[in-house]
Design a binder for this molecule. Structure first.
Ligand SMILES: C[S@@+](CC[C@H](N)C(=O)[O-])C[C@H]1O[C@@H](n2cnc3c(N)ncnc32)[C@H](O)[C@@H]1O
Length: 334
């Protein structure tokens, strides 16, 4: 599995932002944020409580959330290559990880708005975006907003992201944010950590999006109940991001990459083709045999064995990754 590299301008921006804060203070903030984000309780006050918190968050989490959003949107793009959004809305966008990822997957974007309740996050996001090669990232509008207020809509866009926001919210607020997103955009991505709790929040968001009249496009090959809704397993994927030296310094550890586990749903107002199946685990590749765990439209999760005798199908199976469609490139109308 190959890792992806954060855009070089973002790496430089993060280095510069961190240079202004003593490394010890950043490390303490990283530790505090890691344990706070593990706590399943909704936040009564903003978790990112200071400029140091925001800088620490950006340095240790932005690479992972950027990588996860990029992977998920990439899967959508493979299914719907004709979707060329012009406008993007990042709901609870923080320092703009989903903005950077969306701009990379969709070079058609020309306008973007990032909404967040924390001024310091918006300020740092704006500063980082100022150095971007992408015009839409550089020109993004950063706006302070509490996105859970059911009375206030969040605007309109072709594509909206709710990236790693729901875990901070009560169930009622989660539903309010997803409803806002579904009313605002043609295509909505909701993404959460790839934990059992994160998957449960994605399942609730999926239900809300379907109730709002949207059609699930990815990752599911269907929009009937999730076969992993009950039981020990949960639907999640993995994105490998190469670590920068800053990241290694802040989080400790020597590994040259991190694997970000995430759960997501992407739904659209217009129906689009879906995958015929979705690979739910790292493919097991042995000599002459590949085993895939495939989520299917009608039969739940099916172990699928592909042997060397299957020629071209086998060669394709050797190249596929966890999270990709199987068979590759094929799709059925949703
Ligand atoms: C874990 S961070 C994720 C940031 C970014 N979306 C990402 O993927 O890296 C959650 C963000 O949601 C924002 N947020 C949480 N509740 C919010 C609310 N009610 N209104 C606006 N922003 C909110 C927080 O301020 C924070 O920036």
């Amino acid at each position: 599995m190959f890792g992806v590299d954060l855009p070089v301008e973002l790496v430089e921006g993060l280095e510069q932002a961190c240079a202004g804060v003593p490394e010890r203070q950043l490390a303490v903030a990283v530790d505090r944020l890691i344990s706070r984000y593990r706590d399943p309780r909704p936040a009564a006050t903003p978790i990112l409580g200071s400029a140091a918190d925001v800088t620490a968050y950006a340095a240790y989490r932005m690479p992972a959330t950027w990588g996860a959003v990029r992977f998920a949107l990439g899967q959508f793009h493979e299914l719907v290559p004709g979707f060329r959004p012009r406008t993007f809305l990042d709901i609870g966008g923080g320092t703009g990880a989903a903005l950077w990822a969306s701009a990379e997957v969709f070079p058609s974007l020309t306008e973007a708005v990032v909404l967040d309740q924390v001024d310091e996050a918006l300020q740092l996001g704006r500063r980082l975006a100022g150095g971007a090669a992408s015009a839409v990232v550089r020109s993004a509008v950063w706006r302070r907003a509490v996105v859970t207020d059911p009375q206030r809509t969040v605007g309109e866009a072709d594509l909206a992201a709710v990236s790693y926001v729901l875990s901070e919210l009560s169930e009622a607020d989660q539903a309010a944010v997803v409803t806002h997103a579904s009313e605002a955009a043609e295509v909505v991505i909701v993404i959460e950590p790839g934990t059992p709790d994160g998957h449960r929040r994605i399942l609730a968001a999926r239900e809300n999006l379907i109730t709002a009249g949207l059609t699930v496009v990815a990752p599911c090959p269907h929009q009937t109940p999730c076969p992993l809704a009950e039981g020990a397993d949960w639907c999640h994927f993995s994105a490998r991001i190469n670590r920068t030296s800053l990241h290694r310094r802040l989080k400790g550890g020597e590994l040259s990459h991190e694997d970000e586990k995430f759960s997501y749903v992407i739904a659209s107002r217009a129906p689009h083709p879906r995958a015929q199946g979705r690979i739910l685990r790292h493919p097991l590749k042995r000599k002459g045999l590949v085993t895939l765990q495939v989520c299917t439209p009608a039969d739940g999760v099916v172990p699928t064995l592909i042997s060397k005798r299957q020629g071209e199908t086998y060669r394709r199976a050797r190249d596929v990754q966890w999270g990709e469609a199987w068979p590759p490139g094929s799709a059925s109308d949703s």
